[in-house]
Design a binder for this molecule. Structure first.
Ligand SMILES: Nc1ncnc2c1ncn2[C@@H]1O[C@H](COP(=O)(O)OP(=O)(O)OP(=O)(O)O)[C@@H](O)[C@H]1O
Ligand SMILES: [Mg+2]
Length: 339
């Protein structure tokens, strides 16, 4: 069975693409067949990190029905067992996909003849990105050891849990309406937390809420800290886990700690992943350790979510766009708040 592994981040430029390329090389080195899919639809650049020319049709060809099967878009790389699907800066409009187009892409990704399909996503918490992230219960979230990155990652996970809960209920259901209302109330400053929403749903929808909340309890994002410099950075990362556990009630695991390494930008300029050119470098060693961990524990079953081709009046997106969320409950977190 294919394991789809999305790679996301709240903040841009934290190393998702570099990580995707290196993880791909390392997983292929462990004997797995890997497809790297460039789903950063506004700013596709995975081909640069891989050293593959960007002249093949990409995901957009599927989105706009010029191509029926993603398998026809696979591009060979210089690494055995490592394949690539280009993103698309070429076709206008690919950055904003309608829900049914996303569904088609996901259906096709799950059919690819591979052990792993790594999704290099765009930055931020737009629904496009979040929906791709939610194709796995345990996608990778990349952070850097700095306050803005950590707060953006928290924001991203928060949008993800609301979105997951929303999509755990069928279209036009009373439960969905309740989730949307709750979010609007939050926007108006009620300050109620996600856990209160969960309690409210459990109380008012005793038949339908438990399976949704049960599914949410299996949501298990895995965080990779990139550009780390020392143990102090690791402890900054733990702050994120505290916020996530306390306010969102979900677990989170640190699966990788990658060091800041001047060889990384050089490898991008050389268009060769470090795992190929300098496997002994600190970053490549960290990526190899992460790949070994992922190969041993590919991730749980994907969540079962209902479609969403209705407009949630933009409420969720509006609520969480470009916002940082300080800790909602409990004293003592003072200065962690964003602007
Ligand atoms: N561990 C590291 N040490 C030093 N530089 C790094 C490290 N990781 C990434 N970089 C550098 O950071 C820059 C951004 O990396 P990358 O493009 O992979 O980020 P991204 O998260 O994919 O960005 P975007 O959100 O724009 O897609 C690159 O120039 C890369 O060389
Ligand atoms: Mg990128």
């Amino acid at each position: 069975m294919v394991t789809i592994l999305p790679i996301a981040s709240g903040k841009g430029g934290v190393g998702k693409t570099v990580l995707a390329a290196n993880l791909g090389v390392c997983l292929a080195g462990l004997g797995r067949t890997v497809v790297l899919a460039d789903l950063d639809l506004g700013g596709a650049n995975l081909h640069t990190c891989l050293g593959v020319k960007n002249r093949n049709p990409g995901i957009g060809a599927l989105a706009w029905r010029q191509e029926k099967s993603l398998a026809n878009l696979l591009v060979e790389t210089r690494v055995d067992r490592l394949w690539f699907i280009p993103g698309d800066n070429l076709l206008p409009g690919t950055a904003n996909l309608e829900f049914f187009v996303k569904q088609r892409i996901l259906r096709e990704l799950a059919r690819l003849p591979a052990d792993f399909v790594l999704l290099d996503l765009g930055a931020g918490s737009s629904y496009n990105v979040v929906d791709f992230f939610l194709t796995s219960s345990s996608g990778l979230l990349v952070i850097q050891p700095e306050a803005t990155s950590i707060l953006n990652a928290y924001s991203f996970l928060k949008t993800s849990v609301y979105r997951m809960l929303f999509r755990s209920f069928p279209r036009a259901s009373e439960e969905r309406r309740r989730v949307a209302d709750f979010v609007s109330r939050r926007v108006e400053g009620s300050g109620a937390s996600f856990l209160e929403l969960a309690r409210e749903l459990a109380r008012d929808f005793p038949a339908s809420a438990p399976p949704a909340l049960e599914q949410l309890s299996r949501f298990f994002p895995r965080v990779v800290l990139n550009e780390g410099r020392g143990p102090k950075d690791a402890s900054l990362g733990l702050h994120l886990r505290d916020m996530v556990t306390r306010n969102l009630g979900i677990p989170m695991e640190y699966v990788g700690f990658l060091l800041r390494d001047d060889a990384v930008p050089r490898s991008v300029a050389e268009r060769t992943p470090l795992a190929l050119s300098r496997p002994g470098s600190p970053f490549a060693r960290g990526a190899a350790a992460l790949a070994a961990r992922i190969a041993a524990q590919p991730g749980g079953a994907p969540p079962r979510l209902f479609e969403d081709d209705e407009d949630l009046s933009g409420a969720l997106e509006e609520a969480f766009r470009d916002q940082d969320y300080p800790v909602e409950e409990g004293p003592g977190e003072g200065s962690a708040g964003g602007p």
